[in-house]
Design a protein around this ligand. Structure first.
Ligand code: CP
Ligand code: NVA
Length: 308
């Protein structure tokens, strides 16, 4: 069973082949009207369940559109409206859904929910974000970097802010795609040790630098994300803002990166908090390509899962 659960648990060569296919599929679609089916219909007759236990714009729309472009059908399910939200176990839900659909994508809170779904499903399961990781995002990010600047291996990627779920997947990506990684943020918000250890074990340079200006020195790619994630208590907001105020990505910070550096953000962004509008809408920013590439990368992920 080819589940797509995380970057570090998927084979390096397979990750690379998924990115290559995503590039090829994007090129093939160029010039076609939005929403029209692809020439190739590898998901014809397939049903895909998209389960959301948290809000989503990009993940929801890009998976839905991606399945339809490839000839398949989707059903978007909200966790709270399913029996899942009313006491039916994840394992039983996985067993039942597997009798109806060919593929399950789930966005949830605990990683344990995703893993239990994968363990008991008899169809592939895709991680659409948990409190711990967001692997689909990093597939799009690598694809976006490479389409603008060529191979990401050996480049310097800097994460600015909260060492959260997206950050953990960027760190896993360092190990798998061979880029160097620097985290800059306050110590209480450091990324998880397990991810850092994984990447270090793959032989890439992994650093933590408290001074954001020093961290970004010579960066090829600077990444920011929200200071308060969906799984964080809203009561954390004021404290987070105080902790992270010095870690805003602004023009002064980007000036320390390489002149041709890129800026990414998985979105949604909070303008003038973690990043200024001048950077989001400025010459380094590739955030709209990054959002678009969720579609292409996930289409390739789904094909890989289904072997089609
Ligand atoms: N980047 C991302 O996953 O966005 P959504 O929360 O809108 O899906
Ligand atoms: N870190 C953010 C990412 C949203 C796509 C969150 O988990 O809310």
């Amino acid at each position: 069973m080819k589940h797509f659960l995380d970057i570090h648990t998927t084979d390096k060569a397979e990750l690379r082949s998924i990115i290559d296919q995503a590039h090829a599929m994007k090129t093939a679609r160029n010039g076609r009207p939005k929403g029209t089916p692809d020439d190739d219909q590898p998901l014809a007759g397939r049903m895909v369940a998209l389960i959301f236990e948290k809000p989503s714009t990009r993940t929801r729309v890009s998976f839905d559109v991606g399945v339809r472009q490839m000839g398949g059908h989707t059903m978007v399910l909200s966790g709270s409206e399913m029996q899942l939200g009313h006491g039916e176990t994840i394992a039983d839900t996985a067993r039942v859904l597997s009798r109806y659909v060919d593929l399950i994508m789930i966005r949830t809170f605990e990683e344990a929910t995703l893993l239990e779904m994968a363990e008991h499903a008899t169809v592939p399961v895709i991680n659409g974000l948990t409190n711990r990781t967001h692997p689909c995002q990093i597939m799009a990010d690598v694809m976006t970097f490479e389409e603008h600047r060529g191979p990401i291996a050996g480049r310097k990627v800097v994460w600015v802010g909260d060492g959260n779920n997206v950050c953990a997947s960027v760190i896993h990506g360092a190990g798998q795609f061979g880029y160097d990684f620097t985290f800059t943020g306050p110590p209480p918000l450091d990324p998880e040790r397990e991810a850092l250890d994984f990447a270090r074990a793959q032989g890439v340079a992994i650093a933590i630098e408290r001074d954001p200006m020093k961290a970004v020195d010579g960066a090829d790619l600077v990444i920011a994300d929200t200071w308060v994630s969906m799984h964080d208590p809203q009561s954390a907001k004021e404290r987070r803002h105080n902790q992270l105020r010095g870690y805003q990505v602004n023009e002064a910070l980007m000036a320390r990166a390489k002149p041709d550096s890129l800026f990414m953000h998985c979105l949604p962004a909070h303008r003038e908090d973690e990043v200024t509008s001048a950077v989001m809408d400025g010459p380094h920013s590739v955030i709209w390509d990054e959002a678009e590439n969720r579609l292409h990368a996930q289409k390739a992920v789904m094909r890989w899962c289904l072997g089609v």
